[in-house]
Design a protein around this ligand. Structure first.
Ligand SMILES: C[S@@+](CC[C@H](N)C(=O)[O-])C[C@H]1O[C@@H](n2cnc3c(N)ncnc32)[C@H](O)[C@@H]1O
Length: 380
């Protein structure tokens, strides 16, 4: 059981930093929510995602991938889609099915490579994608350097699932939030920042706070985002990155009003607060800092190009699909229209999720279809 492992760790080393706790909860090889393949996503699971509501999301992302493919230096030659963190492989399946059915030349040259650290998830992904021939798996980006180096790096809800350090401001100083085990119960405690292996990065991040926080103000810091961006950015010489996630620009995230941080725990479609009693059984995630993502990408000499909400992004990608809808729509089309509404409605998923794109290398310039709605300047 994960609880026993956590108790042993706390007995050995004292209270855990939140990052160490969250890493075990999500990624302990045998008991972690994702790594052990315990996670249950979808209507009957712990939470829904853009993918779990149906295949339209993957279809509309594939439409954009097709546009981006046309900008590659040698589109007819082998090219890569690198998906980072693919859970059960459903997004990959929806994308590949659409490319195969709609854009044969693009599909035939495509090598779909998944970077997934966990064996149980890789097995599941391989089962999902068994009908597609040019699919490849690696545990980490450094092992995938011989794949075609023109293409697109893709992720959906990857960065929100990386372990974070949590911080709290009290009595005019910042402390880490840690997890202890006292009198037979897990509880929150406070630790000095130097207990974190990421102390220097945390201090640098806290220097971005330009206001006096109220007592009890909480925030999160993602130490793994920059390293992961560093690793995945080296997969491609010529091409694009496309990341979809929920989060905010830094000015909106590190804001006086957001005093409770953004950590959320989900079980059976409910936000739960007693996640310390459900270690390894509930999803834990945080809203991401898209300004930090932009900076991490720029540090690898990529050029950020798009930041736009999912509603606008998918609506623009849906132009050719709209023209295929008959009047009145068929039952199948009605079902897709319902998915479209869920994905794009401002109060459901449309304004919660954002899309970030960046480019590098030799790219044929095309008109940016998101130009008038591009909010990249928010991330300054
Ligand atoms: C929340 S799930 C992503 C969901 C999936 N992309 C989807 O849209 O259904 C997070 C995924 O990222 C993977 N992951 C976590 N850390 C990773 C890392 N360092 N490199 C690559 N994948 C990672 C997890 O194993 C899991 O497959």
């Amino acid at each position: 059981m994960l609880e026993e492992q956590l108790i042993d760790s706390i007995k050995e080393q004292g209270a855990l930093t939140f990052e160490a706790y969250m890493k075990q909860c999500l990624y302990h090889e045998d008991y972690g929510y994702y790594a052990s393949n315990t996670a249950s996503i979808g209507q009957s699971g712990d939470f829904s995602t853009s993918i779990s509501i149906g295949g339209l999301f993957g279809q509309l992302i594939a439409e954009r991938l097709y546009q981006l493919w046309q900008t590659l230096p040698q589109p007819q030659q082998a090219w890569s889609i690198f998906e980072i963190g693919a859970f059960h492989g459903q997004l990959a399946l929806d994308i590949l099915n659409h490319l195969q059915a709609t854009y044969a030349d693009c599909y035939q040259a495509c090598h779909y490579t998944i970077i997934e650290p966990f064996a149980k998830l890789q097995e599941q992904q391989q089962a999902t994608l068994k009908a597609h021939e040019y699919t490849h798996w690696f545990k980490e980006a450094q092992q995938a350097t011989r794949q075609p180096r023109q293409g697109i790096i893709l992720s959906n809800e990857l960065f929100d699932a990386l372990p974070v350090e949590r911080l709290i401001y009290q009595n005019e100083q910042w402390q880490l939030i840690g997890i202890d085990y006292i009198n037979g119960e897990f509880s929150q405690t406070q630790l000095p920042i130097n207990k974190s292996p990421y102390a220097d990065e945390i201090e640098a991040y806290l220097a971005n706070i330009t206001f006096e926080p109220v007592d009890g103000y909480e925030l999160e810091f993602s130490p793994h985002m920059p390293t992961l961006v560093h690793d995945i950015s080296s997969l491609i010489d010529d091409g694009h990155q496309l990341h979809i996630d929920y989060g905010f620009a830094q000015a909106d995230l590190l804001h006086p009003d957001r005093y409770q941080g953004t950590l959320q725990a989900y079980e059976q479609q409910q936000v739960i607060t007693d996640y310390l009693n459900k270690s390894g059984l509930a999803d834990l995630s945080c809203h991401i800092n898209f300004s930090q993502l932009k900076q991490a990408v720029e540090n690898q000499r990529w050029a950020p190009s798009v930041f736009i909400d999912q509603s606008a992004y998918l609506t623009i990608n849906a132009q050719s699909w709209f023209t295929q809808i008959s009047m009145p729509p068929t039952d199948e089309q009605q079902a897709l229209i319902k998915q479209f509404t869920t994905l794009t409605h401002p109060s459901i998923m449309g304004k919660k999720f954002w899309v970030f794109e960046a480019t590098c290398g030799r790219i044929t310039p095309i008109e940016n279809p998101f130009k008038s709605l591009n909010k990249l300047h928010y991330l300054a």
